[in-house]
Ligand binder design. Structure first.
Ligand SMILES: [Zn+2]
Length: 115
């Protein structure tokens, strides 16, 4: 399962940070997740719980912030949202997006540690 390997990666990253901080317990992990990341949010939440079992992250919360997709529209000349997948069309004028500016994120933005 794709999401489980991602969850394990997140847990690994947090454990490394715990090591550096000499902190023993994690309350919550904040994650930014783009809609184009290909990750299913519910599956990731579930997998995170599984991946945390038996680690200092057990019972911590994974707080996922959705990142909407934005493209650069060559017609509008600015960043625009898009709601069409997989073809990324400007929500304003309907032109094909030139490149993706946001929406591919999968990154830990913050951790709440208890010392
Ligand atoms: Zn446009």
């Amino acid at each position: 399962m794709h999401e489980l390997s991602i969850a394990l990666n997140i847990v690994d990253g947090v454990l490394e940070e715990l090591d550096r901080q000499k902190s023993g317990h994690v309350e919550a992990v904040h994650l930014r997740l783009g809609r184009l990341s290909g990750v299913d949010k519910d599956a990731l939440s579930f997998s995170y719980g599984v991946a945390c079992e038996g680690t200092p992250l057990a019972n911590s919360r994974l707080l996922i912030e959705d990142v909407e997709v934005a493209i650069f529209c060559p017609v509008c000349g600015v960043e625009r949202p898009t709601r069409s997948f997989p073809v990324l069309i400007c929500a304003n004028c309907g032109a094909l997006g030139e490149r993706v500016l946001r929406g591919e994120e999968l990154e830990i933005t913050a951790m709440e540690l208890v010392t």
